[in-house]
Write a protein that binds this ligand. Structure first.
Ligand code: ATP
Ligand code: FE
Ligand code: MG
Length: 346
């Protein structure tokens, strides 16, 4: 089966061609046109600019994805696109384009949840299908721990009660005068700093539940910056590395400890990690160490499949296609589309 998928939920336009069956998938191409440079001067994503640029980027990107894959339009068996969550005007562009192609080709259309894309991305490169695991999803808008039992069966064990981990990275970076998106910047600057220079709060670590909170940490960083620099309220270049390293250490410690706790609570021996923040090398190292100590397997995908991409959308589309779970041509996008999870366990 060959699928073409489009991702346009935020500020990345992406098209991928995937070939696969129930056990094995092969990414034939995964093209991404990032609008980061367009939005950087505004310090965040401007919805109107994003949707306009999606419509400009999409057509050439589809051609490029087909060309790179060596696949013709006629060879595509189905078309998938992100239906949500995301920016309504951005989602509409990719979703409508994929529907239009499906109509033109008389092939099935498959609507995909962006978060299910992130969640299952660690299995794209594998050859054993989707294995049961405890999944840490850490992205710009979400921080969740799920118990993934099989495709389509997810139990939400915990989530952030305020900011997502990626959001905390982005907001702290902004406070420190680092460019958007903040995650990669903080990681880079943190390499020259000490993770124990400041002791920032490990929020909710002592609580028995598997929820997260990152807004207190963000405020603690803000206070530290103004205490150190009462005159300017801005961190100096000398202070940056230690602040970044100490902030990052606080985020990582909670993410790792709660994920391991979740795995122990359901006796899972496999952990997966996905979403943009899972690109973070220090987080990857810390999680790998913890998994080793606890005799657990860790699956993470390559970094270009961790941030927004269309290969992960194609991968979920493939799972649905193979189960004949096609979407109605009338199905709509949903900016708040919830991941289809079993009820939150308390
Ligand atoms: P969502 O998927 O929840 O809708 P999103 O699509 O914006 O949100 P992603 O594209 O998965 O999120 O990830 C982007 C986030 O990942 C940003 O917050 C970014 O700062 C963060 N990020 C990217 N690379 C790193 C890194 N190396 N370290 C920490 N954070 C990172
Ligand atoms: Fe995302
Ligand atoms: Mg993004």
């Amino acid at each position: 089966v060959i699928l073409l998928a489009i991702e346009s939920s935020c500020d990345e336009t992406a098209v991928a061609i995937l070939r696969g069956n129930l056990n094995k998938a092969e990414v034939l191409s995964s093209e991404i046109s990032s609008q980061i440079d367009i939005h950087r001067e505004y310090g965040g994503v401007v919805p109107e600019l994003a949707s306009r640029n999606h419509s400009l980027a999409l057509r050439p990107l589809i051609d490029a994805a087909l060309n790179k894959a060596g696949v013709t339009f006629e060879q595509v068996d189905g078309f998938a696109a992100t239906a949500g969550p995301g920016l309504a005007s951005s989602l509409l562009i990719g979703h409508t384009a994929a529907k239009a192609m499906a109509v033109a080709a008389s092939k099935p259309f498959i609507s995909v949840n962006h978060m299910e894309g992130h969640l299952l991305s660690p299995f794209i490169a594998g050859d054993k299908g989707i294995l049961p695991n405890i999944s840490l999803v850490v992205s710009g808008g979400h921080t969740m721990i799920l118990h993934t039992k099989q495709f389509g069966e997810y139990e939400l064990l915990g989530k952030s009660v305020d900011d997502a981990a990626g959001e905390a990275y982005d907001k702290v970076a902004k406070m420190l005068g680092l460019p958007y998106p903040g995650g990669p910047e903080i990681e880079r600057v943190a390499r020259d700093g000490s993770p124990v220079a400041y002791s920032f709060p490990r929020s909710m670590l002592k609580r028995a539940n598997l929820d997260f909170s990152f807004s207190g940490l963000k405020t603690a960083v803000l206070y530290t910056i103004s205490e150190l620099n009462p005159e300017t309220g801005l961190a100096t270049a000398e202070q940056l590395p230690d602040i970044c390293a100490s902030f990052q250490a606080a985020v990582i410690e909670v993410l790792v400890k709660k994920t391991i706790r979740a795995a122990q609570s359901v006796q899972a021996d496999r952990i997966t990690m996905s979403g943009g923040v899972s690109c973070n090398g220090a987080l990857r190292d810390a999680m790998a160490d913890a998994c080793k100590r606890h005799n657990m397997e860790l699956e993470v995908c390559s970094k270009h499949l961790s941030t927004d991409n269309a290969a992960m959308i194609a991968f979920v589309g493939l799972q649905k296609f193979l189960r004949n779970e096609y979407s109605d041509m009338c199905c709509d996008i949903d900016p708040n589309l919830p991941l289809n999870t079993l009820k939150l366990r308390k």
